[in-house]
Design a binder for this molecule. Structure first.
Ligand SMILES: [Zn+2]
Length: 392
């Protein structure tokens, strides 16, 4: 069986850098170099060899959005993001009609684990139906759903390869039954676009909620809740995320959504094992500045790509990201001073753990899938390998 041995590499391990490291690849997996007989020898000349990135929250790229709801659009997004070091991702839906969610989940199921020519599809992140109208962000409010057993059961029937992550605002009536049913089917339950109080979040953790979408964005906090409540002041989703160790979270690390001080705060309080980097990228990744559809063409929202970020047409409010994970990794490191093992872990092993797939993905460990990157000293992508095959 053909095998390769990469040597003279700077290996990025979860907790350290190994200079002059070696790693073997055979049958798409990392293997002990000493077990290989006559492998193809590859000198990395001191370049960095890092695990491939995993994106938990991504909508589009290269002009396509997963909500275009065609296999071609899915493949185009996957091929865009692999150029930025993402080797696996969970396609993330946006607010849409109910039949469009079903089509989205069907496509996730159909394409999950297949050869895309780019990042591998891990299963869908259903994001959009169960949002609180006050926290709608750039999503159109008209199509939000509240939990309803018959509809929920149909959506949850895609659990597994079609549906791996479900976002909900926990303050809705029926959210407890929805989260419990999703957990029974092995779906990761997250909170996003929510105006819950801290105590509602504490209850939601008991149902099985374990993660919070894009920290600081489209969520309640003390100041927002204060506008509707008397004393004492109370915490919201933001404070709950920082307080509870049971909750992991993610930041859009494009340097446009959050300032350096908010990234530093998230990094300090959650740490690299509970904080993942995400792109929250829309279709305008690797596209020129201008107007785009966020979500489905024709019935999503019109947004702008400008100043390396997505904006609402007013040019003020944020409307998702337009940069790849490589940019987010470099930006997070520059703005926080995080070490290279920490920042790469937040884009690889930590998201793999959050999804519960870290036995297979997320680090350069013998037995895991050989999804890896060759980077230069500035963490720019030089090469990308998926299951041992060079893709970029
Ligand atoms: Zn998003």
């Amino acid at each position: 069986m053909p095998s390769s041995l990469y040597y003279n590499a700077k290996l990025i391990l979860p907790d350290r850098v190994m200079v002059g490291g070696r790693i073997g690849v055979a049958a798409g997996r990392f293997v002990e170099p000493s077990t290989l007989s006559q492998p193809h020898m590859i000198d990395l000349n001191g370049h960095i060899l890092a695990p491939g990135y995993i994106d938990l929250h991504v909508h589009g790229g290269d002009g396509s959005d997963f909500m275009d709801l065609t296999p071609e659009a899915f493949l185009q997004v996957c091929r865009c993001h692999v150029r930025h070091g993402t080797v696996a991702l969970t396609p993330t839906s946006t607010v849409a009609r109910y039949d469009q969610y079903i089509r989205f989940l069907e496509l996730c199921q159909q394409l999950s684990g297949t050869e895309t020519g780019g990042a591998q599809i891990l299963g869908g992140h259903l994001y959009g139906p169960y949002f609180a109208p006050e926290a709608k962000g750039c999503h159109p409010a008209k199509d939000f759903l509240t939990p309803r057993p018959d509809r929920d059961a149909q959506l949850l029937s895609y659990a597994g390869s079609g549906l791996v992550t479900l976002t909900t605002a926990p303050e809705f009536a029926g959210a407890d039954a929805l989260v419990r049913a999703a957990r029974e089917r092995g779906v990761l339950c997250t909170v996003g676009h929510s105006y819950a109080t801290l105590s509602q979040m504490e209850t939601a953790i008991k149902w099985g909620v374990r993660h919070v979408d894009h920290l600081f964005c489209a969520m309640s906090d003390r100041a927002r809740l204060r506008q509707k409540q008397a004393y004492p002041m109370r915490g919201g989703v933001l404070e709950a995320t920082l307080l509870f160790d049971d909750l992991t979270t993610e930041v859009i690390a494009d340097g446009k959504h959050l300032s350096a001080d908010l990234l530093r705060l998230a990094y300090k309080l959650k740490g690299p094992d509970r904080l993942a980097l995400v792109t929250d990228a829309m279709r305008a990744v690797d596209m020129p500045d201008g107007e785009y559809w966020f979500g489905c063409v024709g019935d999503g929202e019109r947004v702008l790509r400008s100043d390396h970020v997505g904006l609402m047409l007013d040019g003020q409010s944020l409307a998702s990201g337009v940069m790849g994970m490589d940019h987010c990794v470099r930006t997070f490191r520059q703005l926080t001073g995080a070490s290279i093992p920490d920042v790469i872990r937040m884009a690889s092993l930590t998201p793999a753990r959050i999804l519960g797939i870290d036995r297979e993905y997320g680090s350069l460990e013998v037995g895991k899938r050989a999804d890896f990157l060759v980077l230069d000293e500035e963490l720019q992508i030089q090469q990308v390998y998926i299951a041992g095959h060079r893709v970029v």
